[in-house]
Design a protein around this ligand. Structure first.
Ligand SMILES: C[S@@+](CC[C@H](N)C(=O)[O-])C[C@H]1O[C@@H](n2cnc3c(N)ncnc32)[C@H](O)[C@@H]1O
Length: 198
């Protein structure tokens, strides 16, 4: 029998205690600890950034010399500090050149992150998630510098193996990863890829 969803689990409580805007902070923290995706001074783009827990983690990782740009369909309301810029924008229509200019990254971002998720209905969510991932892959030539890194959310489903393969074709290494803070009942995974070669 399915277990009732525990909304206030240990990651929720930990996020509240440590001042993070959402439990999702710990997903990126674990990905970064495992794969060392971010370095001090990096220029990082966060697609689907609201409410902003990943922005908090990235801002800490890149430090004062780094720059972070986040976009989302929804507004973010937190003050993330001077090295973070957020804007309301749709990944399907946003202008990549404007994002690079905002970050002061003419040669491209060092890392692109996407925690974008469709509004879930229980019908075809995995296909909508795969579509978002393919949009991210489509944007990479205009956004990521050679050798750059990627972490993106994907819902497991019929398109997941193909999306992973398409990502692997463009990177030195690409793997699926399920962080501990990701709920067991959720079909979300992350594709973590390093060394973009286009
Ligand atoms: C799981 S939340 C992101 C949580 C965020 N990483 C954090 O830690 O606070 C997923 C976000 O993806 C955004 N999103 C979905 N489709 C999008 C699109 N086409 N363009 C931009 N953002 C999108 C949603 O508005 C939502 O805020």
């Amino acid at each position: 029998m399915p277990q009732p969803r525990r909304l206030h689990d240990r990651f929720f409580k930990q996020a509240k205690a440590e001042g993070y805007l959402a439990r999702s902070a710990y997903k990126l923290q674990e990905i970064h600890e495992r794969k060392r995706l971010l370095r001090p001074g990096d220029r990082v783009l966060d697609l689907g950034c609201a409410p902003g827990a990943w922005l908090q983690i990235v801002a800490e990782a890149v430090g004062e010399r780094g720059r972070v740009v986040g976009i989302d369909l929804q507004e973010t309301r937190h003050d993330f500090g001077p090295n973070v810029r957020t804007l309301v924008a749709d990944a399907y229509t946003v202008d990549p050149a404007m994002l690079k200019e905002l970050a002061g990254a003419p040669a491209g971002f060092d890392a692109v992150l996407s925690d974008m998720a469709p509004n879930t209905t229980g019908h075809g969510d995995d296909l909508l998630s795969a579509r978002l991932c393919r949009r991210v892959l489509e944007l990479l030539p205009a956004l990521l510098r050679p050798g750059g890194n990627l972490a993106m959310k994907v819902f497991e489903g019929s398109e997941y193996p193909a999306v992973l393969r398409e990502t692997a074709d463009a990177f030195r290494e690409a793997r699926g990863f399920k962080p501990k803070a990701s709920r067991d009942v959720s079909r979300e995974m992350y594709i973590v890829a390093t060394g973009w070669h286009g």
